[in-house]
Design a protein around this ligand. Structure first.
Ligand code: DON
Length: 578
């Protein structure tokens, strides 16, 4: 399909020298003996390490990092959004906190449709109508109270300092403001905070201060979540929402509650996977794909060989049709989790995969986009072996790009994750069904997949990523890269990715994911492709491997206890430990 354009061949072939070997030459994993923190913003990473050094556990560090990212990584870190926390404690306890957004009480199934039943463009993405009831503050406080050891004041203090005193923007931080300047300019309050008085975005080297956000953080620090949900911030958000076409009400904030759920678990080649349950599709779909792949000798077939890609893509195709049709908020729909996780079901899928031919999505009937990097995932492990994986988000970059006056809190556009209309793709190109229809107090189906892998009852890997619908395959591929392809943790998060999500019926490729002859082989089997060498990369995986940097290092008995790697796709991210 001609991804190499003749005119650019010299540039691309020059690049290909470095890029084809990019993952082999990934930076060395960061090594540490007592604790490891991996996040998409280096200042937040340092906050987490300081908490661990000061005797806090991994949950304490995760809470402090969550608050810090809300200040230093405003495109995705947040108080006005929501997310998931997967926790595995040293005693083997596994749990999952769901602090994702809920639909407002006044939400209706057809709220994004016009009189003719057509989708009103961007109604679920921009402005107050797109906003789900935020969960992050309640999530962090629930985590801290139940599983942390430090005081709220201690864990919020670093975020408060960054908000009050400001922090210096690096190149990657400035780029994220520049890329979203037009949207931020549309909301007067957001523009005042995130753009300079002349309307231009902040440049690298300049300082960003957020006094309103500091005041909100101070309130939470002193009085707890009620200072957000039952006080001035909620009142200001409701007032602005009512004035600007939204439907948020006081009761939405008063009634918001965090759910503690059992994580999804499965076993892949002897490794125990602990990941996100519904209302995320992540854990179920990762496990469904892994169950299918377990039947194939992937390490023998080789990383991104035509045979490996064929099997991976077919497993993804079948799993995503289930994702899009069958899953939703567990308080509202019956999720067929047992069936989807059953290894017999994986065998049924495998039996349908033609070894020589691409499947056809149109022939797969359901049981019943685009890309950005604007969610964020971080991975943490402490000296005692407590592991925490957090993915949280505003959904799109800077969410709905609105801030209620006086709050400094960017609000999410998570309502777009619902099925606005069955059969019509959302921001991530997901074509979803009734199980994920909008209803009051319902949580939209997510792909966020904060995941912990254990082996022989001990933590082995902590992993996750942003990436919309691709989060699932990013997380999956990082696991396969370590377990099947022998990569070290840095190579595993940096390796080029591929993705299939049933509809559209295409294999999405990152630059240099496949060699031209592999692509030709797959094209001859019936595959068509999207993306490739001159297109953007996706995701920002944050990984930790325990016991060595790779399986080979672990087998040799050498190497550091904790090995961390932040995806190089995250310009200002870092892994750090002590
Ligand atoms: O929960 C979800 O699946 C989405 N709201 C995640 C959005 C995301 O990852 C955006 N960044 N790439």
């Amino acid at each position: 399909m001609g991804r190499l354009h003749i005119g650019t061949i010299s540039v691309i072939s020059a690049l290909s020298l470095s890029l084809t070997s990019a993952f082999a030459a990934s930076p060395a994993p960061v090594e540490a003996e007592h604790g490891m923190v991996v996040t998409a913003q280096h200042l937040a990473t340092d906050v987490g390490v300081e908490v661990l050094k000061g005797g806090g556990n991994a949950v304490d560090a995760a809470v402090a990092v969550g608050y810090a990212l809300a200040v230093v990584y405003p495109s995705a870190g947040n108080l006005g959004g929501g997310g998931f926390m997967t926790i595995r404690l040293k005693d083997g306890t596994k749990t999952f906190l769901d602090f994702r957004e809920r639909a407002p009480l006044a939400a209706t199934k057809t709220m994004y449709l016009d009189a003719k039943g057509d989708i009103v463009p961007r109604a679920s993405l921009d402005g107050y109508l797109a906003v789900g009831v935020p969960g992050s503050v309640m999530g962090f406080e629930t985590a801290r109270e139940k599983y942390g050891t430090k005081s709220r004041e201690e864990l919020i203090a670093p975020a408060l300092r960054f908000a009050k005193e400001g922090f210096t923007l690096e190149q990657g931080d400035a780029a994220s403001f520049a890329g979203n300047a037009k949207r931020l300019a549309k909301d007067e309050t957001a523009a005042k905070i995130f753009l300079k008085p002349d309307g231009k975005p902040y440049a690298s080297g300049e300082k960003l201060q957020q006094p309103d956000l500091a005041a909100v953080l101070e309130g939470i620090s002193e009085k707890g979540p009620d200072a957000f949900y039952k006080a001035a911030p909620a009142e200001a958000i409701v007032k602005a929402s009512q004035a600007k076409g939204g439907i948020l009400a006081k009761e939405d904030f008063e009634q918001y509650a965090v759910r503690e759920l059992n994580p999804i678990e499965c076993n892949y080649r002897g490794y125990d996977i602990i990941s996100s349950p519904p209302p995320s599709s992540g854990g179920v779909i990762i496990c469904e794909i892994l169950n299918v792949l377990e039947g194939y000798p992937l390490s023998y077939l080789g990383y991104n060989s035509a045979e490996t890609v064929h099997i991976m893509v077919e497993a993804m195709r079948y799993a995503y049709v289930d994702r899009n049709a069958a899953l939703g908020d567990p308080d509202f729909v019956e999720n067929p989790v047992t069936k989807l996780l059953d290894k017999k079901y994986a065998l049924e899928i495998a039996a349908k995969i033609d070894p020589y031919k691409a499947g056809t999505s149109a022939n797969l009937k359901p049981l019943g986009g685009k890309e950005s990097t604007e969610t964020t995932h971080y991975s943490i492990i402490d000296d005692e072996g407590n592991a925490v994986a957090v993915t949280y988000t505003l959904n799109g970059s800077f969410g709905a790009a609105v801030v209620a006056p006086g709050t400094g809190v960017l609000l999410n556009n998570e309502m777009d994750d619902f099925t606005s209309k069955p059969g019509v793709p959302n921001l991530y190109g997901l074509v979803q069904g009734e199980a994920n229809a909008i209803a009051p107090k319902k949580t939209p189906l997510s792909s966020m997949s904060p995941t912990i892998v254990t082996r022989d009852g001990k933590p082995f890997m902590v992993i996750g990523s942003p990436g919309g619908s691709r989060i699932i395959t990013i997380t999956l591929e990082a696991i396969l890269n370590v377990v099947d392809f022998g990569m070290d943790i840095s190579q595993a998060v940096n390796a080029p990715r591929l993705h299939h999500q049933w509809q559209p019926d295409k294999v999405f490729l990152e630059p240099y994911a496949l060699s031209p002859d592999t692509e030709k082989t797959l094209a001859a089997m019936g595959y068509s492709f999207d993306g490739g060498n001159d297109t953007p990369q996706w995701g920002q995986a944050a990984g930790i491997l325990v016991g060595g940097k790779s399986l080979a290092a672990i087998a040799k008995g050498g190497g550091a206890r904790y090995n961390g790697a932040m995806d190089s796709r995250a310009a200002e991210g870092s892994a750090s430990g002590y």
